[in-house]
Design a protein around this ligand. Structure first.
Ligand SMILES: Nc1ncnc2c1ncn2[C@@H]1O[C@H](COP(=O)(O)OP(=O)(O)OP(=O)(O)O)[C@@H](O)[C@H]1O
Ligand SMILES: [Mg+2]
Length: 238
């Protein structure tokens, strides 16, 4: 099967500074791929490059067989930005309905998406009155409503309680089992454990790609947090 995402030699400059220094990545269709790394390491920039909204200095990003950002991809990618981007003066259901209408989808898709993010009881609330975590879940509902082939989620579980986080991760795996590829950023290592593949970046450089088990084995640690630190130190020493 073709790779869902192929990145080769990706270089990105932002604000006159190099922030991605030549990343390579191949991600399989139907996988949950976690992008992990400290704040400012380039996670959002990498996600933006995959979505096709980031100016790229060098390298290629191929998504579902097409150049990132090209027309055939528009209806096939769902993107949840790090800062929720929904209409504050509309209700949850109005926001999701709006995104659904762009894809000519009806009420059942809207209800399913709202239900999946646990907002069924708040569907009629104006989103600006929601809590931070609820607001971010409303944004997630808009990203998933069209059942895209690739979901790009930038820290979707920030501000969620452990129970909700658990439910959202179970939902991501359900989607992946149905063939959706999920590229998700996080800086929480316990979430990294739930990814099929991990991409560890630090200061715009790829530290490691592989399964959580492979990462732990390579670092010789039982714990992912520790494994990450070990790889960082090894990288600095090299
Ligand atoms: N709009 C921008 N203009 C200039 N530089 C930027 C801009 N956005 C991000 N950067 C810089 O690019 C680098 C990578 O930022 P990015 O947002 O990709 O990091 P991140 O890993 O997503 O961080 P976080 O975990 O805080 O979300 C950082 O050095 C950041 O300061
Ligand atoms: Mg970010």
């Amino acid at each position: 099967m073709d790779a869902a995402i192929e990145i080769a030699g990706l270089v990105v400059d932002r604000g006159g500074r190099r922030v991605l220094h030549g990343l390579d990545l191949t991600a399989a269709t139907g996988a949950v791929i976690g992008v992990l790394g400290p704040s400012g390491s380039g996670k959002t920039t990498m996600l933006r490059s995959v979505v096709g909204v980031q100016r790229v200095r060098a390298g290629t990003v191929t998504v579902l067989g097409h150049p990132a950002g090209s027309r055939p991809l528009r209806s096939r990618i769902g993107y949840m930005t790090q800062a929720p981007s929904i209409y504050g003066d509309l209700t949850v259901i109005e926001n999701v309905r709006y995104f659904a209408s762009l894809y000519r989808l009806g009420t059942s898709a809207v209800a399913e998406a709202i239900d999946a993010v646990g907002l069924a009881d708040h569907a009629q609330r104006v989103t600006r009155t929601l809590s931070g975590g609820q607001h971010s879940r409303a944004s997630l509902a808009c990203a998933i409503v069209a059942r895209p082939d690739l979901l790009v989620l930038d820290e979707p579980t920030v501000g969620q309680d452990p129970l909700l986080r658990d439910e959202l991760w179970a939902y991501f795996h359900d989607l992946a089992a149905g063939g959706t590829t999920i590229l998700v950023s996080s800086h929480v290592m316990d979430e990294a454990n739930r990814c099929d593949e991990l991409v560890l970046i630090r200061e715009g450089v790829l530290l490691h790609t592989g399964t959580p088990a492979g990462l732990k084995a390579e670092a010789g640690c039982a714990d992912l947090d520790e494994a990450f630190l070990t790889l960082v130190r090894r990288n600095e020493a090299a």
